[in-house]
Design a binder for this molecule. Structure first.
Ligand code: NDP
Length: 400
């Protein structure tokens, strides 16, 4: 049986739902639940009630509510594409009901941006003892970037030493300012202090303070800024030979200027303020007025290029490779009515779910993507819309 319960009905969810719906042999029944049930119903009507058989309202911050829903639906797997705030409550409910779990972003407490796995890794023994699996970060970054790293380590190197993950959105959605996934999470990620791993320790940097111009295949040269991104934590743990691990993301000047102004006036703060006798977090208010990322697809032009540069040793010689994917916004819109950032997250979530359900990646415990054989995921990325390329033995754009 491959009945899945998908929680969350935003930009990423719509891709997961549609991709799963195309594959009845892997996902026999899809159930969709979220905070706003009308969004679930709209998606159900768009995809068809024969594939999305149930649409439900659920507050995923509330464990008893989740338990009741999971007991009613009786899925084999819960796919969490709500927000990182809900990871632990959904994991608790999965443990209580005996159901496997998958997500695309690590748990975040509301009060403080942390981007770390400690809370979810602490569930490992409980999941293992219950014979259940939790797959963490099955999106693109984290997700495919972890798998690219594992694939490079398996097929191209004896030892990997330097890792630079690069995330470029070379697209244009025509809006003055918009984020490509949930604005609250996106802005928290970008405005936190930068951090990278070198010589056995973390080094902090001021936010968006280190820039490098990189040439992205299929896109061109783009200003890229050093950020901390959650997959660095698990990759450094699981590949202890890494001497350095960093993450870079591209931003245009207009985006950074908007962000600077918003930050300057306190609009990106998660600290609640009093407004007409009500407590509101400025960032939550900002989210409410920004375009919904799921609505950006129409007219979005250009491509993303996300990949991993890896330098290491093969047969005694040092070399560098680049593994990457290009994803075209307009092609994603034509296929599933989504922009490429939702698509590049939703497709690996669907594939991760498929690999769990068919037993290929099934192992009790809480796991990151790089802890599994990368080959089955790499094969299916080519098959389901995210083809990748390897540039072998290239000159690294990064100095050591
Ligand atoms: P959206 O904001 O578009 O969607 C989030 C959905 O979750 C909404 O439908 C929202 O409901 C629902 N939700 C929020 N809180 C609750 C709650 N308490 N109970 C039930 N449902 C709730 O976000 P995205 O689709 O852009 O992102 C989804 C996830 O994917 C995020 O965790 C994000 O961090 C992750 N992501 C991962 C990436 C990767 O590469 N690994 C890249 C991009 C995103 P409502 O409609 O009522 O607001």
């Amino acid at each position: 049986m491959s009945r899945v319960l998908i929680i969350g009905a935003g930009g990423v969810s719509s891709v997961v739902v549609k991709k799963c719906a195309m594959l009845p042999e892997h996902f026999s029944e899809i159930h969709l639940a979220s905070r706003t049930v009308s969004k679930c119903i709209a998606l159900q009507e768009e995809v068809g009630k024969d594939r999305v058989v149930g649409a439900y309202a659920v507050d995923a911050d509330n464990v008893p509510e989740l338990v009741e829903l999971i007991n009613q639906v009786k899925p084999s797997l819960v796919i969490n594409v709500a927000l990182p705030y809900q990871d632990l409550t959904i994991m608790d409910a999965c443990l209580e009901t005996g159901v496997h779990y998958l997500d695309t972003a690590n748990y975040e407490p509301k009060e403080e941006a942390k981007f770390e796995y400690s809370w979810q890794w602490a569930y490992h023994d409980r999941f293992k003892e219950a014979g259940l699996m939790a797959l963490l970060g099955s999106g693109f970054d984290p997700g495919v970037t972890n798998v690219f790293t594992a694939y490079a380590a398996k097929h191209y190197f004896d030892e990997i030493l330097y890792l630079d993950i690069v995330d470029c959105n070379g697209g244009d959605h025509g809006q003055a300012f918009a984020t490509n996934f949930n604005p609250e999470i996106n802005i928290r990620e970008i405005t936190q202090r930068g951090k990278y791993w070198e010589d056995g320790q973390w080094h902090e940097t001021d936010p968006i303070s280190i820039r490098k111009d990189l040439d992205y295949p299929g896109v061109g040269v783009r200003a890229s800024y050093l950020l901390f991104h959650e997959e660095l934590e698990s990759l450094v743990k699981h590949f202890p030979t890494l001497k350095r691990a960093r993450f870079w993301m591209t931003f245009g000047d207009a985006y950074l200027n908007h962000l600077k102004v918003l930050e300057g006036i306190g609009m990106t703060s998660i600290e609640p303020i009093d407004f007409n006798g009500q407590k509101i977090a400025p960032l939550e208010f900002l989210k409410a007025v920004l375009p919904n990322p799921g609505s950006l697809a129409e007219g979005y032009e250009g491509k993303t290029c996300i990949g991993t540069y890896i330098t290491g040793i093969k047969d005694g010689e040092e070399k560098t490779i680049f593994i990457y994917n290009n994803c075209d916004h307009a092609a994603c819109n034509a296929e599933v009515g989504a922009q490429a950032v939702s698509y590049t997250t939703g497709v690996p979530a669907m594939i991760g779910a498929m690999l769990m359900l068919n037993g290929t990646w099934m192992k009790p415990g809480v796991w990151n993507m790089e802890q599994f054989d990368p080959d089955p995921m790499m094969e299916r990325l080519n098959q389901y819309g995210l083809p990748w390329h390897v540039l072998d033995n290239i000159e690294s754009p990064f100095s050591k």
